[in-house]
Design a protein around this ligand. Structure first.
Ligand SMILES: Cc1cc2nc3c(=O)[nH]c(=O)nc-3n(C[C@H](O)[C@H](O)[C@H](O)COP(=O)(O)O)c2cc1C
Length: 335
Protein backbone atom coordinates (compact mmCIF):
# COMPACT_ATOMS: atom_id res chain seq x y z
CA UNK A 1 0.00 0.00 0.00
CA UNK A 2 1.42 3.41 -0.90
CA UNK A 3 0.81 5.68 2.06
CA UNK A 4 3.10 8.53 1.03
CA UNK A 5 1.77 12.04 0.58
CA UNK A 6 3.02 15.56 0.00
CA UNK A 7 2.29 18.33 2.43
CA UNK A 8 3.69 21.87 1.96
CA UNK A 9 5.88 20.39 -0.75
CA UNK A 10 7.45 18.03 1.81
CA UNK A 11 7.49 14.32 1.01
CA UNK A 12 5.94 12.42 3.93
CA UNK A 13 5.98 8.65 4.40
CA UNK A 14 2.27 8.78 5.31
CA UNK A 15 -0.22 11.51 6.14
CA UNK A 16 -0.18 11.42 9.98
CA UNK A 17 1.65 14.28 11.72
CA UNK A 18 2.00 14.92 15.46
CA UNK A 19 0.66 18.46 15.97
CA UNK A 20 1.93 21.07 18.42
CA UNK A 21 1.67 19.91 22.02
CA UNK A 22 3.81 19.14 25.07
CA UNK A 23 4.77 15.89 23.31
CA UNK A 24 6.66 17.82 20.63
CA UNK A 25 8.25 20.32 23.01
CA UNK A 26 11.50 18.48 23.70
CA UNK A 27 14.09 16.65 21.60
CA UNK A 28 13.37 13.41 23.48
CA UNK A 29 9.64 13.80 22.81
CA UNK A 30 10.25 14.39 19.11
CA UNK A 31 12.59 11.38 18.89
CA UNK A 32 9.93 9.24 20.60
CA UNK A 33 7.36 10.39 18.02
CA UNK A 34 9.72 9.55 15.17
CA UNK A 35 10.33 6.10 16.68
CA UNK A 36 6.56 5.64 17.00
CA UNK A 37 6.18 6.35 13.28
CA UNK A 38 5.05 10.00 13.02
CA UNK A 39 5.51 11.32 9.47
CA UNK A 40 6.44 14.80 10.78
CA UNK A 41 6.10 16.84 13.96
CA UNK A 42 4.97 20.38 14.65
CA UNK A 43 6.68 21.96 17.64
CA UNK A 44 4.72 24.09 20.14
CA UNK A 45 4.31 27.71 19.11
CA UNK A 46 6.89 30.29 19.95
CA UNK A 47 4.81 33.20 21.24
CA UNK A 48 5.67 36.84 20.70
CA UNK A 49 5.10 37.36 24.41
CA UNK A 50 7.96 34.94 25.07
CA UNK A 51 10.07 36.87 22.64
CA UNK A 52 9.31 40.29 24.07
CA UNK A 53 9.65 39.41 27.69
CA UNK A 54 12.52 37.01 27.08
CA UNK A 55 12.96 34.43 29.76
CA UNK A 56 12.46 36.03 33.14
CA UNK A 57 9.39 38.22 33.07
CA UNK A 58 7.44 35.87 30.82
CA UNK A 59 8.20 32.89 32.99
CA UNK A 60 6.99 34.89 35.99
CA UNK A 61 3.58 35.65 34.63
CA UNK A 62 2.94 32.27 33.08
CA UNK A 63 4.00 30.56 36.28
CA UNK A 64 1.62 32.77 38.25
CA UNK A 65 -1.11 31.79 35.83
CA UNK A 66 -2.56 35.28 35.42
CA UNK A 67 -3.49 34.70 31.79
CA UNK A 68 -3.22 38.39 31.14
CA UNK A 69 -2.52 37.45 27.52
CA UNK A 70 -5.28 34.92 27.19
CA UNK A 71 -4.36 33.54 23.80
CA UNK A 72 -0.75 33.12 24.79
CA UNK A 73 -1.05 32.09 28.40
CA UNK A 74 -3.71 29.54 27.62
CA UNK A 75 -1.16 27.53 25.70
CA UNK A 76 1.13 26.99 28.60
CA UNK A 77 0.11 23.83 30.33
CA UNK A 78 2.89 21.94 32.04
CA UNK A 79 5.48 20.92 29.49
CA UNK A 80 8.08 18.94 31.41
CA UNK A 81 11.54 19.76 30.16
CA UNK A 82 10.39 22.54 27.84
CA UNK A 83 12.64 25.61 27.89
CA UNK A 84 10.30 28.57 27.62
CA UNK A 85 13.05 31.02 26.80
CA UNK A 86 13.40 32.06 23.18
CA UNK A 87 16.99 30.93 22.89
CA UNK A 88 16.04 27.65 24.56
CA UNK A 89 13.21 27.17 22.08
CA UNK A 90 15.45 27.89 19.09
CA UNK A 91 18.08 25.55 20.49
CA UNK A 92 15.44 22.80 20.81
CA UNK A 93 14.49 23.31 17.16
CA UNK A 94 18.15 23.04 16.14
CA UNK A 95 18.81 19.89 18.18
CA UNK A 96 15.55 18.24 17.10
CA UNK A 97 16.33 18.86 13.43
CA UNK A 98 19.74 17.25 13.91
CA UNK A 99 18.31 14.31 15.85
CA UNK A 100 15.54 13.09 13.55
CA UNK A 101 15.02 12.36 9.86
CA UNK A 102 11.37 13.43 9.71
CA UNK A 103 10.47 17.06 8.99
CA UNK A 104 10.36 19.29 12.08
CA UNK A 105 7.85 22.06 11.52
CA UNK A 106 8.21 25.12 13.75
CA UNK A 107 5.19 27.11 14.90
CA UNK A 108 4.94 30.81 15.60
CA UNK A 109 2.23 32.91 17.21
CA UNK A 110 3.19 36.56 16.89
CA UNK A 111 1.26 39.81 17.25
CA UNK A 112 3.14 42.47 15.35
CA UNK A 113 4.34 42.27 11.75
CA UNK A 114 7.89 42.67 12.96
CA UNK A 115 7.35 39.79 15.39
CA UNK A 116 6.02 37.51 12.64
CA UNK A 117 8.82 38.33 10.23
CA UNK A 118 11.83 38.37 12.53
CA UNK A 119 10.94 35.19 14.42
CA UNK A 120 9.92 33.34 11.30
CA UNK A 121 13.47 34.06 10.11
CA UNK A 122 15.00 32.85 13.39
CA UNK A 123 13.00 29.60 13.26
CA UNK A 124 14.03 29.09 9.65
CA UNK A 125 17.70 29.68 10.54
CA UNK A 126 17.34 27.12 13.33
CA UNK A 127 16.63 24.56 10.60
CA UNK A 128 12.85 24.10 10.63
CA UNK A 129 11.60 22.29 7.52
CA UNK A 130 8.54 24.54 7.39
CA UNK A 131 6.72 27.12 9.46
CA UNK A 132 3.23 26.94 10.85
CA UNK A 133 1.76 30.34 11.68
CA UNK A 134 -0.57 29.78 14.59
CA UNK A 135 -2.87 32.71 13.94
CA UNK A 136 -5.27 33.46 16.71
CA UNK A 137 -5.97 37.06 17.33
CA UNK A 138 -8.79 38.21 19.59
CA UNK A 139 -10.21 41.47 18.22
CA UNK A 140 -11.17 42.84 21.61
CA UNK A 141 -11.36 46.31 20.04
CA UNK A 142 -14.99 46.39 18.90
CA UNK A 143 -14.30 49.13 16.36
CA UNK A 144 -12.29 46.63 14.33
CA UNK A 145 -14.37 45.23 11.47
CA UNK A 146 -14.28 41.68 10.15
CA UNK A 147 -12.45 43.02 7.11
CA UNK A 148 -9.81 44.64 9.36
CA UNK A 149 -9.31 41.37 11.20
CA UNK A 150 -8.86 39.48 7.95
CA UNK A 151 -6.41 42.11 6.68
CA UNK A 152 -4.37 41.65 9.86
CA UNK A 153 -3.96 37.94 9.05
CA UNK A 154 -3.33 38.42 5.34
CA UNK A 155 -0.72 41.15 5.91
CA UNK A 156 1.17 38.92 8.33
CA UNK A 157 1.24 36.03 5.84
CA UNK A 158 2.42 38.34 3.04
CA UNK A 159 5.15 39.78 5.24
CA UNK A 160 6.44 36.36 6.32
CA UNK A 161 6.32 35.04 2.75
CA UNK A 162 8.39 37.96 1.48
CA UNK A 163 11.42 36.72 3.40
CA UNK A 164 10.84 33.04 4.23
CA UNK A 165 12.41 30.49 1.93
CA UNK A 166 10.82 27.47 3.64
CA UNK A 167 7.12 26.58 3.17
CA UNK A 168 4.63 28.45 5.34
CA UNK A 169 1.34 27.02 6.61
CA UNK A 170 -1.38 28.93 8.41
CA UNK A 171 -3.25 27.30 11.28
CA UNK A 172 -6.61 28.95 11.50
CA UNK A 173 -9.44 29.19 13.92
CA UNK A 174 -12.95 28.49 12.61
CA UNK A 175 -14.12 31.97 13.69
CA UNK A 176 -14.52 33.74 10.36
CA UNK A 177 -17.72 34.73 8.60
CA UNK A 178 -16.53 33.16 5.36
CA UNK A 179 -13.88 30.51 5.86
CA UNK A 180 -13.81 29.72 2.14
CA UNK A 181 -13.07 33.31 1.17
CA UNK A 182 -10.48 33.58 3.93
CA UNK A 183 -8.84 30.39 2.68
CA UNK A 184 -8.59 31.78 -0.83
CA UNK A 185 -7.17 35.08 0.42
CA UNK A 186 -4.53 33.28 2.47
CA UNK A 187 -3.60 31.14 -0.51
CA UNK A 188 -3.26 34.27 -2.65
CA UNK A 189 -1.11 35.86 0.05
CA UNK A 190 1.25 32.91 -0.41
CA UNK A 191 0.24 30.40 2.28
CA UNK A 192 1.64 27.05 1.15
CA UNK A 193 -0.79 25.23 3.41
CA UNK A 194 -3.83 25.68 5.63
CA UNK A 195 -4.31 23.77 8.85
CA UNK A 196 -8.00 23.53 9.71
CA UNK A 197 -8.72 24.16 12.59
CA UNK A 198 -6.97 25.03 15.81
CA UNK A 199 -8.77 24.23 19.04
CA UNK A 200 -8.49 26.40 22.11
CA UNK A 201 -8.77 26.17 25.82
CA UNK A 202 -11.96 27.84 26.90
CA UNK A 203 -11.27 30.18 29.82
CA UNK A 204 -13.62 29.91 32.76
CA UNK A 205 -13.93 31.31 36.29
CA UNK A 206 -13.31 29.55 39.51
CA UNK A 207 -16.20 30.81 41.64
CA UNK A 208 -14.38 30.11 44.90
CA UNK A 209 -11.43 32.35 44.07
CA UNK A 210 -12.92 34.44 41.23
CA UNK A 211 -9.73 33.74 39.30
CA UNK A 212 -9.55 32.68 35.68
CA UNK A 213 -9.03 28.97 35.23
CA UNK A 214 -8.46 27.00 32.10
CA UNK A 215 -9.38 23.33 32.00
CA UNK A 216 -7.68 21.13 29.48
CA UNK A 217 -10.27 19.00 27.77
CA UNK A 218 -8.98 16.74 25.05
CA UNK A 219 -10.94 16.47 21.81
CA UNK A 220 -12.93 13.57 20.40
CA UNK A 221 -13.85 12.53 16.85
CA UNK A 222 -17.24 14.22 16.91
CA UNK A 223 -15.47 17.62 16.92
CA UNK A 224 -13.99 16.99 13.47
CA UNK A 225 -17.11 18.20 11.65
CA UNK A 226 -16.19 21.86 10.98
CA UNK A 227 -12.65 20.96 9.84
CA UNK A 228 -13.95 18.23 7.51
CA UNK A 229 -16.62 20.51 6.10
CA UNK A 230 -14.20 23.29 5.20
CA UNK A 231 -11.56 20.95 3.84
CA UNK A 232 -14.21 19.40 1.62
CA UNK A 233 -15.20 22.86 0.39
CA UNK A 234 -11.62 24.03 -0.28
CA UNK A 235 -10.03 20.81 -1.58
CA UNK A 236 -9.05 21.04 -5.21
CA UNK A 237 -10.03 24.70 -5.36
CA UNK A 238 -6.97 26.32 -3.81
CA UNK A 239 -3.32 25.66 -4.47
CA UNK A 240 -2.35 25.45 -0.77
CA UNK A 241 -2.00 22.04 0.88
CA UNK A 242 -4.67 21.19 3.41
CA UNK A 243 -4.10 19.55 6.78
CA UNK A 244 -7.01 18.29 8.85
CA UNK A 245 -6.72 18.75 12.57
CA UNK A 246 -9.06 18.29 15.52
CA UNK A 247 -10.61 15.00 16.48
CA UNK A 248 -8.19 12.64 14.73
CA UNK A 249 -8.75 9.87 17.24
CA UNK A 250 -9.11 6.79 15.02
CA UNK A 251 -7.86 5.42 11.69
CA UNK A 252 -11.42 5.84 10.39
CA UNK A 253 -11.19 9.56 11.12
CA UNK A 254 -7.89 9.72 9.22
CA UNK A 255 -9.60 8.09 6.23
CA UNK A 256 -12.52 10.55 6.41
CA UNK A 257 -10.18 13.55 6.40
CA UNK A 258 -8.38 12.13 3.34
CA UNK A 259 -11.67 11.44 1.58
CA UNK A 260 -12.78 15.06 1.97
CA UNK A 261 -9.45 16.20 0.52
CA UNK A 262 -6.82 16.61 3.26
CA UNK A 263 -3.20 16.10 2.20
CA UNK A 264 -2.24 15.29 5.78
CA UNK A 265 -3.85 15.01 9.20
CA UNK A 266 -2.55 16.12 12.57
CA UNK A 267 -3.23 14.68 15.97
CA UNK A 268 -2.62 15.79 19.54
CA UNK A 269 -5.40 14.66 21.89
CA UNK A 270 -5.19 11.01 20.82
CA UNK A 271 -1.43 10.99 21.44
CA UNK A 272 -1.78 12.70 24.82
CA UNK A 273 -4.46 10.19 25.75
CA UNK A 274 -2.80 7.00 24.49
CA UNK A 275 0.90 7.89 24.16
CA UNK A 276 3.12 8.33 21.07
CA UNK A 277 2.96 4.61 20.13
CA UNK A 278 -0.70 5.15 19.20
CA UNK A 279 0.45 6.73 15.95
CA UNK A 280 1.62 3.30 14.74
CA UNK A 281 -1.93 1.98 15.18
CA UNK A 282 -3.34 4.87 13.16
CA UNK A 283 -0.91 4.17 10.31
CA UNK A 284 -1.67 0.44 10.41
CA UNK A 285 -5.41 1.17 10.49
CA UNK A 286 -5.13 3.44 7.45
CA UNK A 287 -3.15 0.79 5.59
CA UNK A 288 -5.73 -1.89 6.48
CA UNK A 289 -8.67 0.29 5.41
CA UNK A 290 -7.11 0.95 2.00
CA UNK A 291 -6.42 -2.76 1.54
CA UNK A 292 -9.92 -3.84 2.59
CA UNK A 293 -11.54 -1.29 0.32
CA UNK A 294 -9.42 -2.03 -2.72
CA UNK A 295 -7.44 1.22 -2.93
CA UNK A 296 -3.74 1.09 -3.78
CA UNK A 297 -2.68 4.38 -2.25
CA UNK A 298 -3.57 7.41 -0.17
CA UNK A 299 -3.67 9.52 -3.32
CA UNK A 300 -6.36 7.20 -4.75
CA UNK A 301 -8.82 8.24 -2.06
CA UNK A 302 -7.82 11.85 -1.48
CA UNK A 303 -10.71 14.17 -2.24
CA UNK A 304 -13.11 11.44 -3.40
CA UNK A 305 -15.71 13.00 -1.13
CA UNK A 306 -14.76 16.64 -1.53
CA UNK A 307 -17.41 19.02 -2.77
CA UNK A 308 -15.41 20.12 -5.79
CA UNK A 309 -17.67 18.48 -8.35
CA UNK A 310 -20.87 19.90 -6.97
CA UNK A 311 -22.31 23.08 -8.46
CA UNK A 312 -24.11 24.47 -5.50
CA UNK A 313 -22.46 23.50 -2.27
CA UNK A 314 -24.54 25.87 -0.16
CA UNK A 315 -27.75 24.28 -1.39
CA UNK A 316 -26.45 20.82 -0.67
CA UNK A 317 -25.43 21.68 2.88
CA UNK A 318 -28.76 23.35 3.51
CA UNK A 319 -30.61 20.34 2.13
CA UNK A 320 -28.71 18.08 4.50
CA UNK A 321 -29.60 20.36 7.38
CA UNK A 322 -33.28 20.31 6.42
CA UNK A 323 -33.20 16.51 6.12
CA UNK A 324 -31.77 16.23 9.57
CA UNK A 325 -34.49 18.44 11.00
CA UNK A 326 -37.32 16.62 9.25
CA UNK A 327 -35.95 13.17 10.02
CA UNK A 328 -35.37 13.87 13.70
CA UNK A 329 -37.74 11.97 15.94
CA UNK A 330 -37.50 13.09 19.58
CA UNK A 331 -35.97 10.44 21.80
CA UNK A 332 -34.34 8.56 18.94
CA UNK A 333 -30.96 10.27 18.88
CA UNK A 334 -28.10 8.10 20.09
CA UNK A 335 -27.16 8.84 23.68
C1 LIG B 1 -1.65 20.78 25.76
C2 LIG B 1 -1.79 21.35 24.39
C3 LIG B 1 -0.86 22.28 23.92
C4 LIG B 1 -1.00 22.82 22.64
N1 LIG B 1 -0.08 23.73 22.18
C5 LIG B 1 -0.23 24.25 20.94
C6 LIG B 1 0.70 25.20 20.43
O1 LIG B 1 1.68 25.57 21.07
N2 LIG B 1 0.48 25.69 19.19
C7 LIG B 1 -0.57 25.32 18.42
O2 LIG B 1 -0.73 25.80 17.28
N3 LIG B 1 -1.47 24.41 18.86
C8 LIG B 1 -1.32 23.88 20.10
N4 LIG B 1 -2.23 22.97 20.55
C9 LIG B 1 -3.34 22.56 19.68
C10 LIG B 1 -3.04 21.22 18.99
O3 LIG B 1 -1.87 21.31 18.20
C11 LIG B 1 -4.22 20.77 18.11
O4 LIG B 1 -4.39 21.68 17.05
C12 LIG B 1 -5.52 20.68 18.87
O5 LIG B 1 -5.35 20.02 20.11
C13 LIG B 1 -6.56 19.94 18.06
O6 LIG B 1 -6.14 18.65 17.70
P1 LIG B 1 -6.65 17.35 18.50
O7 LIG B 1 -8.12 17.30 18.34
O8 LIG B 1 -5.95 16.20 17.86
O9 LIG B 1 -6.26 17.53 19.93
C14 LIG B 1 -2.10 22.43 21.82
C15 LIG B 1 -3.01 21.48 22.31
C16 LIG B 1 -2.87 20.94 23.57
C17 LIG B 1 -3.89 19.94 24.04
Amino acid sequence: MILSTRYLGLALAHPIIASASPLTSTVDGICALEDAGAAAVVMPSLFEEQIRAEDTAYAMYTEHGTFSQSEAGSYFPTMPGYDRGVSGHLDTVRRAVAAVDIPVIASLNAVTTDGWVSYAARLEQAGAAALELNMYFIPADATMSGRDVEAHYIDAVRAVKRSATIPVAVKLSPFFSSIGHMGHQLAEAGADGLVLFNRFYQPDFDLATLSVKSDLKLSSSHEAGPSMLWISVLAGRIKSSLAGTTGVETAEQVVKYLLVGADAVMTTSALLRHGPAYIGGLVAGLDAWLEENGHASVSAIRGLKSLKQLDNVGELLRAQYMNLLTEYVPGQLAA
